[in-house]
Design a protein around this ligand. Structure first.
Ligand SMILES: [Zn+2]
Length: 76
């Protein structure tokens, strides 16, 4: 499928917050947000349950599907 490696759609994780259902949402450098529960394989929920786990994920790259779809980031 040739997707993924060196993708220009990789965005750094800059933060996290929880939505109203207590699901963790990653905040990406591009301004998009992404529910971590939907992102296999390394994005399983286990690490989201500890501050150490979340901190270790900061700065990691995540492929942004919204950027891939050309969706503009929502203003906060
Ligand atoms: Zn994006």
């Amino acid at each position: 499928m040739g997707e993924g490696e060196g993708s220009i759609l990789d965005r750094a994780i800059v933060g996290f917050h929880q939505d109203e259902e207590q699901h963790w949402v990653a905040e990406l450098a591009c301004g998009h947000q992404q529910h971590v529960r939907h992102d296999p394989p390394w994005f399983n929920r286990r690490w989201t349950q500890t501050p150490e786990g979340r901190e270790s994920a900061l700065g990691q790259m995540l492929n942004c599907r919204l950027c891939a779809q050309g969706v503009p980031p929502q203003p906060r």
